[in-house]
Design a protein around this ligand. Structure first.
Ligand SMILES: N[C@@H](CCC(=O)N[C@@H](CS)C(=O)NCC(=O)O)C(=O)O
Length: 121
């Protein structure tokens, strides 16, 4: 079972690699503005999770430089996600709205629509 999961994960990563979208190219000033907004965000994810791949493809397509946090192998990120976000489920987008307000969005569909709204994709 573990091997099948691992094997399917490799297929997902290979298909993603072969078909990944080209990033949009923005004017430097527009990209700087997008980078400033996305600097407050991080994506908790697993490398071979299909829902995470879906979100990462959207990040790539729209040239969003959002930090990726491996919530499977990195114990600190795993604990942050569980304790602060509320559950160990990926993908999850962490948004630092201000120093004492942090928003956690679970579910790939919700993350994609948030990004779409935020960056007018
Ligand atoms: N409907 C969710 C599904 C997310 C999901 O099932 N994620 C799995 C990885 S593929 C997960 O977090 N599993 C870890 C766990 O449940 O502890 C989405 O679209 O984001």
């Amino acid at each position: 079972m573990k091997f099948i999961r691992w094997f399917l994960g490799r297929i997902i990563l290979a298909v993603d690699f072969l078909t990944r979208p080209k990033p949009v190219v923005r004017e430097p000033r527009a990209q700087d503005a997008v980078d400033a907004m996305s600097a407050k965000m991080s994506l908790y994810q697993f490398n071979a999770c299909p829902f995470c791949v879906k979100v990462r493809r959207q990040l790539r397509k729209h040239a969003l430089n959002i930090e990726l946090r491996d919530a499977k192998n990195n114990l600190q990120f795993k604990q942050e996600l569980t304790n602060e976000g509320g559950k160990h489920k990926v993908p999850c987008l962490r948004i630092e709205e201000s120093t004492n307000s942090i928003k956690w969005i679970y579910n790939s569909k919700d993350i994609c629509s948030f990004l779409e709204k935020q960056f007018s994709l």
